[in-house]
Design a protein around this ligand. Structure first.
Ligand SMILES: [Zn+2]
Length: 61
């Protein structure tokens, strides 16, 4: 069994090496850039917020 070198992005679910860590979770570079670019009116915005809330709640339970 091979060891995974990357981190699993909580937004897109892909294994990536580049990205940021928020608390215990990993967000890949691509999703981070997209998230920063996303406007509140954007359809993707609630999805990002939802994912981030999940992290927040997991760590504050
Ligand atoms: Zn991602």
């Amino acid at each position: 069994m091979e060891e995974t070198t990357g981190n699993s992005c909580i937004i897109c679910g892909h294994e990536k090496e580049q990205g940021i860590r928020i608390i215990d979770e990993f967000i890949c570079e691509t999703c981070e850039v997209e998230m920063v670019r996303t406007e509140v009116q954007d359809a993707k915005y609630p999805f990002f917020i939802h994912q981030l809330k999940r992290i927040w709640m997991q760590n504050n339970a």
